[in-house]
Design a protein around this ligand. Structure first.
Ligand SMILES: [Zn+2]
Length: 217
């Protein structure tokens, strides 16, 4: 490659690579077999479905190591029934990894939720956020009664609730329950201003908690 085509020095990316080298050295010093063991396979107990927001750093927030949490992230942690990506992740996590917990996690100050609550255009994301506008419409009286600064966070919670129910209605989840497997679906919120995760206490843990209309045989 000629010198003028070389990638220019980039402090941001150089920092990521040098951080990586330091982290590997630290992990290897603590446990020389860490990466060799990691390469053998994964057996995470938790599937996390959360927002792509850079502040929702799952490993750091939960102080977990590589291999512990299977992760899917997208803008505003949506779980559309027609989305092959998120459905593939859930299917693989439940059927093959046999996770025991699925955490649907929203967060405060979510840009996606705020955009859904506004009438400003965000390009192609408008289509992605449309179902969140629908959740707002379904709960408009409750949300509009709140102080303006609390509305987006409440809509975030309702979006998590919708996500938990969507997962609980999936045939792959019903199959796991019918096999007698331990599988719980949880709704959590991350409060960005404190860094704390809160359980919204909407856990669905068995097929008896699912309305019969969703139980397809
Ligand atoms: Zn977000």
């Amino acid at each position: 490659m000629s010198p003028d085509l070389d990638t220019p020095a980039n402090d941001t990316l150089d920092r990521l690579i040098s951080n990586n080298r330091e982290w590997v050295a630290q992990m290897t010093a603590e446990n020389p077999a860490f990466f060799a063991d990691l390469a053998k396979g994964q057996a995470p107990k938790v599937l996390w479905i959360g927002c792509s927001d850079s502040r929702v750093a799952v490993d750091a927030l939960t102080n977990t190591q590589p291999g512990e949490v299977f992760i899917h992230r997208n803008i505003a942690n949506r779980i559309p029934s027609e989305d092959v990506n998120v459905n593939s992740v859930i299917d693989y996590a439940v059927r093959h990894l046999k996770v025991e917990h699925i955490v649907v996690a929203g967060h405060t100050s979510c840009g996606g939720i705020k955009a859904a609550l506004s009438t400003g255009s965000v390009g192609v994301i408008n289509r992605w956020l449309q179902p969140i506008k629908d959740i707002y419409i379904d709960n408009r009286a409750e949300i509009d009664a709140l102080p303006k600064e609390e509305r987006a966070d409440r809509l975030s919670e309702l979006n998590v609730k919708r996500g938990v129910r969507t997962v609980a209605h999936l045939p792959v989840v019903h199959e796991a329950w019918r096999e007698g497997r331990h599988l719980q679906i949880h709704g959590w919120m991350l409060e960005l201003h404190t860094g704390l995760l809160t359980d919204l206490n909407m856990t669905i843990a068995c097929i008896e908690q699912v309305d019969s209309i969703y139980k397809v045989h």
